[in-house]
Design a protein around this ligand. Structure first.
Ligand code: FE2
Length: 397
């Protein structure tokens, strides 16, 4: 097992109905808060009204910045920073999914950041070295979908459509102070978003399970537990969207998948690096980019880590290995996983996202530009070169 350091200061308040604590929790940080949420807000209006009332009841002044788009743009972050500086707020509350929570974190850090905010973002877009922020306003997260895990980590993904890039800010200063994770807030999440969220959660542990350190027993059992939890519960939710028990399991799985518990010592996310390019160039939703790439990735690369893929097949996809060769078991495991993704309604090919062979070179260039290291490979275990990534993309067509 690799050596690691672990630090996570987020106070989590989890459970149905816990949103009612938001007023008292926010008040502890000061008298004025900014709620950050989506530009298209209709579906969240009742919740926002409820939150405003809960805050007002505690004497907290509320201002709002409802300008966040899917895959938040650095220009939007700049607007939010100007707004929060002018309003002199004490706390930023993100109400929404990953885009909103990441934007709330980026704005919180941007308030104290000097210079070009894009320099906070890790990226290989130019010769400017990223300078992570070191100070941020306190943030509180109210996730409304179970996917990104942003409510309990130190990462914020930001896009720059001018540069056609999507990358991330990584700093301890953007850990939320408090996250109220209330699964009741996900009861109205539509089926497609629920399925995309499930694919995203699985990817957060699967890619470390397959591409990380082999000698990581606790991590691997933990990752398997997260994957089984999602597989068991997403179909229950799709059959009965009001199933609060299954919604709760999905929500907590999403948080645990990417708060560091499942992956200390392993931080590589190569499938996400490719997925981000599908999103920035072709507007593929995040979860869908991963559901497309995961099976294609596994089909191409399974031979390199055959034992781990065998373990995935038997422990996660519950393949009966009796009287089958190792290769047969691995193949069956990948097929069952692909079938599962199709069954829950997410895409498993680039064609379903209107991406064709002639687009692949540009996608590969984007991955190389943003995510390849100076050593000419995409970091993971084992590392991938350009041909490997192209093989995966071609297999995903
Ligand atoms: Fe993700």
């Amino acid at each position: 097992m690799r050596n690691f350091e672990y630090y996570n200061p987020v106070r989590v308040i989890f459970g149905a109905g816990e949103i009612n604590k938001i007023g008292a929790e926010a008040k502890a940080f000061g008298s004025k808060v900014c709620i950050v949420s989506y530009k298209e807000l209709n579906f969240l209006s009742p919740l926002i009204t409820k939150i405003k009332n809960l805050l007002c009841n505690e004497g907290v002044e509320v201002v709002t910045f409802f300008d966040i788009e899917e895959n938040p743009e650095i220009k939007t972050i700049e607007k939010g920073v100007s707004f929060c500086r002018a309003e002199e707020v004490n706390l930023i509350i993100g109400v929404g999914g990953g885009s909103v929570m990441d934007a709330a974190k980026a704005i919180a850090a941007g308030v104290f950041y000097e210079g070009d905010l894009w320099n906070m973002v890790y990226s290989r877009h130019d010769d400017v070295k990223a300078v992570p922020p070191t100070t941020a306003l306190p943030t509180m997260m109210i996730p409304t979908l179970p996917a990104t895990g942003s409510e309990m980590n130190q990462c914020a993904v930001v896009s720059n459509s001018e540069l056609k890039e999507k990358s991330y800010i990584w700093s301890e200063c953007i850990y939320p102070k408090v996250s109220i994770i209330d699964p009741e807030l996900t009861l109205t999440l539509p089926p497609y978003q629920t399925a995309c969220a499930a694919a995203d959660t699985i990817s957060h542990v699967l890619e470390i399970y397959l591409n990380g350190e082999e000698d990581s027993d606790v991590q691997h059992y933990f990752q398997e537990g997260v994957m089984r939890t999602v597989i068991d519960n997403v179909e229950k939710v799709l059959a009965d969207p009001q199933n609060i028990s299954a919604r709760s399991h999905l929500q907590w799985a999403a948080t645990c998948a990417i708060n560091g518990w499942a992956s200390p010592g392993d931080a590589w996310t190569p499938i996400h690096q490719v997925g981000h390019v599908l999103t920035s160039l072709h507007k593929v939703p995040h979860g869908a980019s991963l559901s497309i790439l995961m099976p294609a990735w596994m089909e191409v690369l399974s031979e390199r880590k055959i034992k781990q893929y065998y373990r995935f097949a038997t422990n996660v996809m519950q393949v009966d290995a009796k009287e089958k060769t190792q290769e047969q078991v691995v193949k069956e495991g990948i097929k069952l996983f692909k079938d599962f993704l199709q069954k829950i309604g997410v895409p498993v090919s680039l064609g379903e996202a209107q991406i064709a062979k002639e687009h692949l070179e540009e996608i590969l260039s984007g991955v190389v530009k943003v995510s390849f290291g100076n050593d000419g490979v995409l970091a993971c275990n084992p590392p991938l070169n350009k041909d490997d990534v192209m093989n995966v993309l071609e297999n995903a067509l």
